[in-house]
Design a protein around this ligand. Structure first.
Ligand code: BG6
Length: 300
């Protein structure tokens, strides 16, 4: 398996659909452009950096102040949290949100599916990842780029023991002004409030944001709608195989500390993460598979 741009170009480029190129800090990128939409995906992390249907403003937020580097997660796009969400439950030294977002993935195939483009990636395990996760699991990501963006993260347990894991598509959505948006679909869900001592609360009405928000909504299997009056659009987040939804905006101080948001960057984004986290982690029997399946679409 070679991750060199020329070899990947020969094997995976499709005229009118996929171009392989080198991006910032030498990251290998797949640029997908078809008649329905466009997206850029980094091989590190199988990280979807951008997506927009043709003629639309970007749907996915990518920080203009992101610091690209090998082994560092990109700020924005769709980071993949796997095989745990948030801090590791017993070892604080292990990376937050797992290692899938900072590890290299290989391209399994690229194909045109009608006017859309499908790409399949597989995580490459190595001695560093094995030391963090000594389980025999295979994880693949299937991305279909078109008028909608459809993503399937599939884990298969190839070991003889049950494996427990958490995952999330930590998607950053672009909004005109986060103070004006509403998130629908989480009404009445219980949630863990990470900015209020992990207290358990219950959502009343739509979610609005006027301060730091970091919540894990449990038992939330419904579609979410991100209603953005500023951009005059609604983004539908339709999901299967996900029982939690994380809503995150760092607000002023935390964004400033993180150093890769820019001065008012936090106002132009919100993360709505389709997840299996906290109470909702997945237990996979030997031989079993689980798919976290999400589709984003823009509605007017
Ligand atoms: C969210 C978490 O999913 O990701 C937050 O709930 C965290 O607690 C945020 O701050 C960003 O994480 P990171 O590791 O990408 O800076």
């Amino acid at each position: 398996m070679s991750l060199d741009v020329n070899t990947l170009s020969e094997r995976f480029e499709i005229p009118g659909h996929v171009v392989v190129k080198e991006g910032p800090a030498g990251l290998v990128l797949l640029d997908v452009t078809n008649t329905l939409g466009s997206s850029t995906i980094a091989l590190q992390g199988a990280h979807i950096m951008t997506w927009a249907p043709r003629g639309e403003a970007p749907v996915i937020w990518l920080s203009p102040f992101g610091k690209f580097a090998t082994g560092k997660s990109i700020r924005g796009g769709v980071p993949i949290c796997w095989p745990w969400f948030g801090p590791h439950e017993s070892d604080a030294k292990l990376p937050g949100h797992g290692y899938a977002r900072t590890t290299m993935w290989e391209v399994v195939r690229t194909e045109a599916v009608g006017d859309s483009t499908r790409l399949v990636f597989r995580l490459i395990e190595n001695s560093v990842t094995k030391a963090q996760w000594p389980h025999d699991t295979e994880v693949t990501l299937t991305v279909t780029v078109g008028q909608t963006l459809s993503i399937q993260l599939t884990t298969t347990n190839r070991s003889a023991q049950a494996v427990t894991l958490g995952d999330a598509l930590h998607t950053y959505f672009e909004v005109k002004d986060v103070r004006d948006i509403k998130i629908l679909g989480l009404e009445n869900c219980p949630y863990i409030d990470k900015v209020d001592g992990q207290k358990r609360k219950q959502q009343q009405g739509p979610v609005t944001i006027d301060q730091e928000v970091d919540r894990i909504y449990l038992e939330s299997t419904q579609d979410c709608i991100l209603d953005d009056p500023g951009l005059q659009r609604k983004i539908r987040i339709a999901k299967r195989g996900s029982r939690s939804t994380v809503v995150w905006n760092p607000w002023i101080e935390k964004a400033a500390k993180m150093g890769d948001f820019g001065e008012n960057g936090y106002l132009g984004m919100v993360c709505i993460e389709s997840a299996n986290a906290a109470d909702d982690v997945i237990s996979l029997a030997p031989g079993a598979s689980h798919t976290l399946d999400v589709t984003y679409s823009v509605e007017r």
